[in-house]
Design a protein around this ligand. Structure first.
Ligand SMILES: *[C@@H]1O[C@H](CO)[C@@H](O)[C@H](O)[C@H]1NC(C)=O
Length: 395
């Protein structure tokens, strides 16, 4: 190797290492972490007007864009999506209403169809990091959520503070308060009983869904929703750091996982830990104590390159462990799961764990990636399975 080349290699290696250390330094600051965890400035729908949902493939006035007030500051930008068959039945009247953002949703037919139908069900949608209510696989996701009962299942989705048109800066505390405001709106303004509400989350949204479900289950008296469907969840942020790849390819801090001491040290700087494993355990054990019925479905694809599917059996373990007074090790549970696992061939496999009060399902798909999975029929089925378990007359 020539001298100049060697020098060049040395300089670029040094520059690379310096940049990486700078990055790690930045990662210890709260605001940089917020940008990495929430990616809220990456809107993905920059050029599209969210007040024109037709851009995202919805028929005229199927979606009502509106705002949900919060007690802690800015209003949250939201979409109410009518189930398609209900839309079809009322198409003429809906088309006669003005399109675009609706300052007073209570004046609209879509809202009345939700509020005044005792049969209506509502899926509260908690989206993942980056983007807005309109980006990527979210619109097809909303369609999948109500596909199995397209007359009764409404969807409510919103942007957390700091995302899209919702002002603010996201933090764990702030995002959970946002989610609580949306639940309050659903129960009080839209008048939907908890047994007719289902919590759906994907990726970061799973952590939000678990946090908000835990919060309400711990109220006195407890408020427990029909159930949770969680797609591509993770156990907590520090564990995620060890496996996460930005856009499925760039390992940010995971190379450091080979140095456990350094990694643990870096972990102590994480401000928003999103400890879903602890929250799901508290949620389960609260319901086991109060005797409230609960249903959790975890879904993950083996080819998810953003969040490894291995997070799902870990989370499942924490949930099941909370039902066993003496506790259970991960391997003990895996052995028991082997006896119950239903092999679905190329679709993957399912394990169901039941207690007197709860049903916990783990669905590992062979295919579905991180986002595409949200538009799959397994999602429609998971929603329907929970609503029919709550009320067998629901068809
Ligand atoms: C499992 O449950 C037992 C008993 O409640 C508890 O002591 C233990 O910490 C739990 N394990 C985990 C990993 O949370």
């Amino acid at each position: 190797m020539s001298n100049t080349l060697l020098k060049y290699v040395c300089i670029s290696t040094t520059t690379g290492i310096t940049l990486y250390i700078t990055l790690l330094g930045l990662l210890t600051t709260a605001s940089f972490q917020a940008h990495i965890i929430y990616l809220h400035k990456i809107q993905l729908t920059w050029s599209s007007d969210l007040n024109t949902p037709e851009i995202f493939g919805f028929p005229h006035n199927q979606v009502t864009p509106f705002c949900i007030p919060t007690s802690h500051g800015e209003a949250l930008y939201a979409w109410h999506i009518l189930p398609l068959n209900l839309y079809r039945e009322h198409e003429a009247s809906l088309l006669a209403e003005p399109p675009g953002f609706v300052p007073d949703i209570t004046s609209r037919l879509a809202f009345k169809l939700l509020r005044e139908d005792p049969e209506a069900r509502l899926v509260l949608h908690f989206h993942g990091a980056a983007g807005t209510v309109g980006s990527g696989y979210r619109p097809p996701n909303y369609r999948a959520l109500s596909a199995a009962q397209p007359r009764k299942i409404h969807v409510l989705t919103f942007d957390y503070g700091g995302f899209g048109r919702s002002a603010g800066t996201p933090s764990e505390r702030g995002v959970i308060l946002d989610a609580r405001a949306v639940v309050d709106w659903a129960m009080n303004d839209a008048g939907i009983a908890p047994s007719r509400i289902l919590v759906f989350g994907q990726s970061l949204g799973t952590a939000v869904g678990i946090a908000v479900s835990e919060h309400f289950a711990l109220q006195s008296p407890p408020v427990v929703f029909a159930g949770m469907v969680l797609v591509a969840p993770f156990v907590d942020v520090v564990t995620l750091m060890a496996t996460y790849r930005v856009a499925g390819t760039i390992p940010l801090v995971s190379p450091l996982a080979r140095f456990p001491r350094l990694f643990m040290y870096l972990g102590t700087f994480v401000r928003d830990t999103w400890a879903s494993k602890d929250r799901i355990a508290r949620y389960v054990s609260a319901n086991e104590d109060t005797g409230e019925k609960y249903r959790i479905t975890l879904i993950h694809a083996e080819d998810d390159w953003d969040i490894s599917w291995q997070h799902t059996p870990m989370l499942f373990w924490h949930a099941v462990n909370a039902t066993v007074p003496a506790g259970m090790t991960y391997d003990e549970l895996e052995e028991k799961k082997d006896e119950r696992r239903k092999d679905l061939g190329s679709a993957g496999s399912v394990v169901e764990w039941r207690t007197e009060n709860g049903v916990m399902r783990e669905e590992i798909l062979k295919y579905g990636l991180h986002d595409v999975i949200m538009s799959y029929p397994v999602i429609s089925l998971a929603v329907m399975r929970i609503f029919t378990a709550v009320d067998t007359s629901f068809k």
